[in-house]
Design a protein around this ligand. Structure first.
Ligand code: DMJ
Length: 673
């Protein structure tokens, strides 16, 4: 370890070995004399006094030890060299899937004790979570306290594992907390996700944990390799033409700025980690370390910067254990806090992160319901990591307030909320699409994050799903696809945003966590519909919005597309739900559907010089009309969920240990006491 104080004290000390052959030699006449010259003479005299045989034996021993040393050095060196070379040469076929490491313990007041009585809501009693048939799975009770070995995210890179073993065996590897560990970083829920305690205390530093894993690594398959290839292609475009900027414009080989904070780079960090793209990650990390500055006079959207930047930094911190990302997360988290200074405590939509001021959009004092209720996972986790409860307090207050509000329709919420009065506005319109979608997602996910104890969240979620069933579900013609429409002042509209396709995945996650089994049935029906939103379209890619036919008409499909809605922004929701469905059922058809979608992205949205582009017309395969923009969520979410969908390793972001935020950034589930 470098020590500044020692360096300042003088030149470095030179260590040497002194061989003392007899006390009389060390303590000469006239007292203690330890000068170098004296010691050299003393050794030589002693040597001369030895018999020839003694000298020969000593010389032989020295020679023998030297030969052994040389032999073991060369064989170690060879093994190391071949391993390193192999891993470098063959990165594509033997990608290391780095392990995960949770960092700090919980430091917040514990949520209320789990209550066996889940209130008076009839469907709140938990069922035993169903088994995923195809893969090893965690305990049915998700109040996990998994053993250290069980919790490891498996390293797939055989060569790197071999290095680990060598290093481990020789005990030459040192823990270097400031350096990212690509090997054997692991989940340590026992240590890291303990129940939030009521005392605010100094959080512990993340510790590099030695790999002890005995489980066979799951090799990367062809489809995952195709995702890695797609990611690299997208990254090449970003690197060549938009490095450090928010979004790539792949056709004009330039970029666009939204917040001017390297949005794509930050959104993609944990994807690179999960895909095992070491070099790309290191390069991006350097940019974060040297160039990412939040002290800027710029207005950012609270929700978007929370889910993409704060969420991305927090999850990367958890995966890598690198404190740089936590520092940056703290910085942006603090800078976003002025948004909560409103008369109602319902946050404003926009914050100037340099000036520390916040405001609503120019034309209204309303905020969007989904936006103010989908920042909770991130701020709660930030409190847990930093020991500063202000972040969690602010977002919990929003949830508590929304819980009590009138204006809901069987648990369904309107799309807007006023920052002055704290009341819903524009009453009477209910959707699971834009402006409301992630409210429902975060009810369930916060409940999971907090260890399934916060009953109000669960109540609101269950009530809302009942509301969906009662008011928004219909079946289309001719295929009788169940879809989620919208309700406007009592009138049903057969319109469904692609955004709604998060719902099958969320329902399946709830069912996996013990909620009503019919949620899983509904998830299975809805994911089929979301798939048909791709399959029934000429390019095999879904438009932004579809309208379903409620009446059979000759020559008409279930899905109708209006000219204004036929764009595709490379969105993740269907692939996200396919991932959950495959994890929980093991049904390979979900992987096959995802594979079709990936191929169609490659066919119609890939730009030869690097990057992918959103398109304007999913109905025209000969000219899908590229829009010249690659959204950050394509790397943050779509490709990440693709990679996870094609994986058969449930420990690759184990859903009993992690909960994804709405931008696909995995955050740890807190473990209850
Ligand atoms: C992402 O930013 C998030 O998934 C958000 O919840 C919805 N919109 C995009 C992806 O479509």
């Amino acid at each position: 370890m470098y020590s500044g104080a020692a360096a300042a004290a003088g030149p470095p000390r030179r260590d040497f070995i002194s061989v003392t052959l007899g006390p009389e030699e060390a303590v000469g006449v006239g007292g203690y004399n330890n000068s170098k010259a004296w010691r050299r003479r003393s050794c030589w005299r002693k040597w001369k006094q030895l018999s020839r045989l003694q000298r020969s034996v000593i010389l032989f021993l020295f020679a023998f030890l030297a030969v052994c040393g040389v032999i073991s050095y060369t064989s170690m060196g060879e093994a190391w060299k071949s391993i390193t070379n192999k891993s470098l040469d063959d990165q594509r076929t033997e990608q290391e899937i780095p392990g995960l490491k949770l960092a700090n313990p919980a430091v917040l007041p514990a949520p209320q004790k789990a209550d066996t009585n889940h209130g008076d809501y009839p469907e709140l009693s938990l069922q035993k979570p169903p088994k995923s048939p195809h893969v090893r799975r965690g305990p049915s009770n998700l109040q996990i306290k998994a053993s250290r070995r069980d919790t490891r995210l498996k390293t797939r890179h055989d060569t790197i594992r071999a290095v680990d073993e060598l290093v481990e065996a020789d005990k030459v590897e040192k823990t270097e907390k400031s350096i990212i560990s690509w090997r054997g970083a692991v989940i340590e829920p026992d240590q890291s996700t303990e129940t939030p305690s009521s005392k605010i205390k100094e959080p512990e530093k993340p510790s590099s944990v030695e790999a002890e894993d005995q489980k066979e690594p799951v090799p990367i398959n062809e489809r995952q390799l195709a995702v890695i290839e797609a990611f690299r292609h997208a990254w090449k475009g970003y690197k060549d033409f938009a490095w450090g900027h928010d979004e790539l414009k792949p056709l004009s080989k330039s970029y666009s700025e939204w917040f001017g904070l390297g949005l794509t780079l930050i959104d993609a960090l944990d994807t690179m980690w999960i895909l095992g793209l070491k070099e790309e990650f290191e390069e991006a990390r350097k940019w974060v370390a040297n160039d990412l500055v939040f002290d800027k006079n710029v207005d950012v959207n609270l929700f978007e910067s929370t889910i993409r930047i704060l969420g991305g930094l927090l999850s990367t911190y958890h995966l890598s254990g690198d404190s740089l990302f936590l520092e940056k997360a703290k910085d942006i988290g603090n800078r976003l806090m002025p948004a909560f200074k409103t008369p109602s405590k319902i946050p404003y939509s926009d914050v100037n992160i340099g000036r520390g001021t916040a405001h609503p959009p120019r034309w209204t004092s309303d905020s969007t319901v989904a936006e103010v209720t989908s920042i909770q996972l991130e701020f709660r986790e930030l409190s847990r990591l930093t020991g500063d409860e202000k972040f969690q307090k602010a977002v919990d207050e929003v949830m508590k307030h929304v819980h009590t509000l009138s204006g809901k329709n069987d648990g369904l919420v309107p799309m807007f909320i006023n920052t002055n009065s704290g009341q819903f506005t524009h009453l009477g319109v209910y959707t699971l699409g834009a402006r409301a979608d992630s409210y429902y997602e975060y009810l369930l996910k916060q409940w999971i994050q907090g260890g399934r104890k916060e009953n109000e969240l669960l109540e609101d979620y269950m009530r809302a799903i009942e509301g969906v069933k009662k008011h928004l579900l219909q079946r289309s013609e001719p295929k009788k696809l169940t879809f989620v429409g919208e309700l406007a002042h009592g009138h049903f509209s057969a319109k469904m945003d692609h955004l709604v396709c998060f719902l099958p995945g969320t329902l399946a996650l709830g069912a996996h966590n013990g909620l009503a089994a019919d949620h899983m049935k509904l998830a299975e029906t809805l994911i089929e519909t979301c798939y048909q939103m791709y399959a029934q379209v000429e390019t095999g890619l879904s438009p932004e919005i579809v309208h379903f036919n409620l009446h059979a008409q000759k020559g008409h499909k279930d899905v109708e597309i209006k000219p204004a809605d036929r764009h595709n922004l490379l969105r993740p929701e269907t692939v996200e739900s396919l991932f959950y469905m495959y994890r929980f059922t093991g049904d390979k058809k979900y992987q096959d559907w995802g594979w079709e979608i990936l191929q169609n992205f490659n066919r119609y949205t890939r730009v030869p010089t690097g990057g992918y582009t959103s398109i304007n017309n999913v109905q025209n395969p000969s000219n899908p009309e590229p829009r010249d923009k690659m959204e950050s969520f394509f790397l943050g979410e779509t490709l990440k969920y693709m990679f996870l969908l094609f994986s058969d390793d449930i420990d690759l972001i184990n859903l009993d240990k992690y909960v994804f935020n709405t931008e696909a950034h995995p955050l740890p589930i807190w473990v209850p006491a």
